[in-house]
Design a protein around this ligand. Structure first.
Ligand SMILES: Cc1cc2nc3c(=O)[nH]c(=O)nc-3n(C[C@H](O)[C@H](O)[C@H](O)COP(=O)(O)OP(=O)(O)OC[C@H]3O[C@@H](n4cnc5c(N)ncnc54)[C@H](O)[C@@H]3O)c2cc1C
Length: 414
């Protein structure tokens, strides 16, 4: 239900997975939603392009899963992590200790394909989409409540867009979050990523791969159609040479590690190397009067645990009923948005702790070697940890004294 004085009941800035999920849920329940994105779909996004098994539940709910399957994605059986000392851990997306994934496979799919399908599902549900529209500010009433956003439309003309509520789903460097003073850059870990696609990388199978070294890590995953996504993530402090050439940096990083380099002997890079970062950031609070943040705009996950897309999709699903409640005539709107924040913290805080734990291991090789030493002979523990990363095992299954004491204090053979 749109009022004459507004452009939409709800404006969603950003049509990535978080914006598409939010818009789909709200439009499906009869709300008038306008999505504004500076890009034109299909658009790309720097990403390792792997989705946890549980993401498929939301993709199915959005009516997107069949089309995704028809597009020829890869299906992942689990993750394989190689520690700096060469020890390898394999964890599978299998049912473990009574926890079952929505499917026993994760998906890996090009973002050009995935995000285009998702935003079209939101449009099919009734959301309107204005592409090529770059937002640069939020509009506020005299009492500070957000009443819309300002930017440039597809013709380049300056324009104000008014709504009863604004959702910032505009990704890592969210304009909405920054203008509202909600987002702060995290002090740690500060990493940058270089991503490219290759053909003919040897030995790529059904497991996503992570190769951790002393100065960063490399992820490799089949994304369908014989293409491998290759991502190198390094601390900002060690990335000075990136400015001299992204492709050179990526290729030298690979060439310096014989066990990885031998797999690239017959490989061909099929697109430009793209860089992004530093990318650690988090919102102090994911709402302000008249606005809420979702997806990367609210919280960014380190790519190692690969769950940003799930968190974006789940965040939209979580946020939508609170937005609807905040719009109900006579309802205390701010209480509904504060309740969203509490629900978001309850939903994700366990994962944030696990992410920090894994982030420490990636930063400290001795810790990663120890964890790999334990997990390589305790497949049940590796499956549990991969299940947490895969979003179907609750974080408490690994954030408990028994699991952590075994991980950090049980003897490890050299
Ligand atoms: C190197 C790297 C690897 C990753 N690998 C994985 C992985 O394997 N698996 C995984 O699940 N996650 C991964 N992630 C995280 C994942 O990419 C994000 O969590 C996910 O894209 C978040 O979705 P989103 O919708 O919040 O934001 P985005 O996907 O970034 O979408 C934001 C949208 O907002 C639009 N926008 C931005 N600013 C404006 C503006 N001012 N005006 C209008 N529109 C705007 C953009 O055009 C974009 O379409 C990775 C991230 C990085 C950096």
């Amino acid at each position: 239900m749109r009022e004459a004085s507004v452009d939409a009941e709800i404006i969603v800035v950003g049509g990535g997975p978080a914006g598409a999920s939010t818009a789909h849920a709200l439009a499906s329940s009869g709300h008038d939603v306008l999505v504004l994105d500076r890009a034109r779909f299909p658009r790309d996004k720097v990403c390792a392009e792997y989705l946890s098994p549980q993401a498929s539940r939301i993709l199915a709910l959005m009516g997107a899963l069949e089309e995704i399957e028809r597009s020829g994605p890869a299906h992942l059986a689990g993750m394989e992590v190689r520690a700096p000392n060469g020890r390898t851990v394999r964890g599978e997306f299998a049912a473990v200790r009574g926890f079952r994934p929505f499917r026993d496979r994760g998906l890996a799919i090009r973002r050009t394909v995935l995000d285009d399908i998702l935003i079209r599902r939101a449009v099919a549900a009734g959301a309107r989409l204005e592409e090529g529209t770059r937002i640069s500010d939020v509009l506020r009433s005299a009492d500070g409540k957000v009443t819309g956003v300002a930017g440039r439309d597809a013709s380049g003309a300056a324009r104000d867009f008014r709504a009863r509520i604004v959702v910032g789903a505009d990704g890592l460097r969210s304009v909405v979050g920054r203008r509202l003073g909600l987002v702060r850059a995290a002090r740690w870990p500060k990493r940058i990523a270089l991503v490219a696609h290759y053909r003919n990388v040897a030995g790529i199978g059904v497991m996503g791969e992570m190769h951790v070294d002393r100065d960063g890590y490399l992820g490799m995953v089949d994304v369908g159609g014989g293409v491998t996504n290759v991502a190198v993530v390094v601390p900002v402090s060690g990335a000075g040479r990136v400015v001299e050439g992204k492709a050179e940096f990526l290729e030298e990083w690979i060439a310096a590690r014989p066990s990885i380099a031998e797999r690239f002997v017959g490989a061909e890079r099929i697109d430009a190397v793209r860089a992004t970062g530093p990318f650690a950031s988090a919102a102090k609070k994911a709402w302000a009067p008249g606005a809420a943040l979702v997806g990367d705009a609210a919280d960014f996950y380190d790519p190692f645990t690969g769950e940003g897309i799930y968190a974006a999709l789940r965040g939209g699903e979580l946020l939508a009923p609170f937005i609807a409640e905040s719009l109900r005539p006579g309802a205390p709107a701010e209480r509904a948005l504060a309740a969203y924040d509490a629900a978001r913290i309850e939903q994700f805080s366990g994962k944030w702790k696990v992410e920090r734990l894994v982030g420490m291991a990636v930063a400290y090789p001795a810790m990663m070697n120890r964890m790999a030493g334990v997990l390589s002979r305790r497949k049940d523990m590796a499956d549990l940890l991969v299940g947490v990363a895969g979003d179907f095992v609750p974080p408490r299954a690994v954030l408990n004294p028994k699991f952590l004491l075994t991980l950090f204090f049980s003897p490890v053979r050299a």
